[in-house]
Write a protein that binds this ligand. Structure first.
Ligand code: RUB
Length: 274
């Protein structure tokens, strides 16, 4: 049980971050816990804004086979990296925001295939996940230009494509991702730069089909500024909805598809979610 609560603590403190890393850690914690019902309940709530975590718990509660689930995720990742890497050309510039292991794996595979490209990225206040992306890419020989968030316009207008991850996909074809993602996607679109959301369809929230609005996580204001003064209210919403009109396509395990094609793929392949 100790490992279960240790995992939950690390998820809450962002020591484990990114939708997929959160789901993978939860699967491992579930596997190591004897009381499966309790593990499901506790892990489901570790980060309430992560449908991939909830879908993983749904799968385990139905089939109880963490090995098969891990394999399904591994296979999806490999397909997404393969399809996405074809979108990055030699000499191009990619703009990204925050840290998405899915977007990162696309860029790393593209580099592995021998393509040379530059990545412009924004640092992603207040938790600076952009630094994680910068360190990972640079250590694989990818040139990175780091911008403060308020310089995003300059980072984006130089780019050939924008590539971000997703925490959630909704039935209306929107994505939920790190705060700033919709603002920056809108800027990219205004320059005619295509916006791709790299995400396994395992991040689809089936409850959105029944009208549920995706919850947007608000974290402590002290992450932004550790000050306590009368009349100062710190708003620290950490995610936002990326509107379908700002998304050219999703890079998924079923190919590079527009938001209108998502539902068919979900019903066809992941019917157990419902
Ligand atoms: C991370 C974030 C990532 C998505 C997708 O936010 O917004 O883009 O989670 O990540 P946080 P992945 O650091 O607050 O978790 O592709 O790894 O699932």
């Amino acid at each position: 049980m100790d490992d279960l609560y240790k995992t939950v603590k690390m998820i809450k403190a962002l020591k484990i971050q990114g939708a997929e890393n959160v789901a993978k850690a939860a699967i491992a914690a579930w596997s190591g816990c004897a009381d499966k019902k309790k593990a499901e309940r506790v892990l489901m709530n570790a980060r309430p804004t992560e449908p991939m975590l909830r879908n993983s718990m749904r799968y385990l509660s139905k089939y109880g086979n963490p090995g098969a689930l891990a394999e399904m995720i591994r296979e999806a990742d490999a397909r997404i990296a393969g399809y996405g890497s074809n979108l990055i050309q030699n000499g191009s510039t990619v703009y990204t925001h925050c840290h998405s292991s899915t977007a990162e794996s696309i860029m790393l595979l593209s580099r592995k295939k021998g393509r040379r490209f530059t990545v412009n990225l924004t640092e992603t206040r207040p938790s600076f996940q952009g630094r994680l992306t910068a360190l990972a890419l640079a250590s694989h020989g990818i040139e990175v230009n780091m911008y403060v968030d308020s310089a995003a316009l300059h980072a984006i207008k130089e780019a050939d494509l924008m590539l971000i991850g997703a925490d959630a996909i909704t039935s209306s074809g929107s994505a939920i991702n790190k705060i700033g993602s919709n603002l920056f996607a809108g800027i990219a679109r205004s320059f005619g730069i295509p916006v791709y959301v790299a995400s396994s369809v395992m991040k689809f929230d089936p409850e959105t089909v029944y009208g549920k609005q995706e919850k947007i996580e608000a974290r402590s204001g002290t992450e932004v500024w550790n000050v306590h003064r009368k009349n100062i209210h710190i708003v620290n919403k950490v995610f936002e909805e990326v509107e379908p009109k700002n998304i050219n396509a999703f890079i998924t395990e079923f190919g590079v598809i527009d938001s209108g094609s998502l539902m068919g793929e979900i019903h066809g392949h992941y019917g157990w979610m419902f």
